[in-house]
Design a protein around this ligand. Structure first.
Ligand SMILES: CC(C)(COP(=O)(O)OP(=O)(O)OC[C@H]1O[C@@H](n2cnc3c(N)ncnc32)[C@H](O)[C@@H]1OP(=O)(O)O)[C@@H](O)C(=O)NCCC(=O)NCCS
Length: 121
């Protein structure tokens, strides 16, 4: 069984500036409707959550790129959804994936995400 990991770290201010500059165009290119609703529900801390999801998508991409032949994927081909306990999950349609898990953390300046993918035989 193949296993792949991906990680990413990002400055929250970089995402804040991108959203302030490009607004809806940037947000709608990168994030799904559910992700936007989640981030916007956090009001003053929303940029931490947007940045965390950006890092999450980069981390997923790294884990996919290593062993999958899925190729270049769209930002919105998968989404990060938190369960009722707050734990984030990756929703992705890829028949080669047995299981995928993600962990996210953010502080005032940075957001990080780690992803592990278990591939089917
Ligand atoms: C949930 C908790 C771990 C989050 O940690 P934090 O330091 O406050 O915040 P971080 O920035 O590191 O992490 C935030 C991310 O944690 C993730 N998270 C939240 N609840 C989670 C849970 N139940 N399981 C896994 N991940 C969770 C989310 O992805 C969140 O980011 P998001 O809202 O943008 O998706 C923390 O609030 C908590 O409840 N800790 C319990 C502490 C404890 O009982 N310790 C005992 C020793 S084991």
């Amino acid at each position: 069984m193949k296993i792949a990991c991906g990680t990413d770290i990002i400055e929250i201010n970089r995402i804040k500036k991108a959203i302030e500059k490009a607004g809806d165009k940037f947000v709608n290119t990168i994030y799904t409707e559910k992700e936007i609703n989640y981030c916007e529900s956090h009001d003053v801390n929303k940029y931490q959550h947007y940045a965390a999801r950006f890092a999450a998508k980069e981390a997923v991409y790294k884990a996919l790129n290593k062993t999958s032949n899925i190729g270049r994927i769209d930002w919105k081909n998968f989404e990060i959804i938190n369960n009722i306990y707050g734990k984030p999950d990756v929703k992705i349609m890829d028949n080669s994936i047995e299981s995928i898990d993600i962990s996210i953390s953010h502080c005032k300046e940075y957001a990080v995400a780690n992803v592990v993918i278990l591939y089917k035989e």
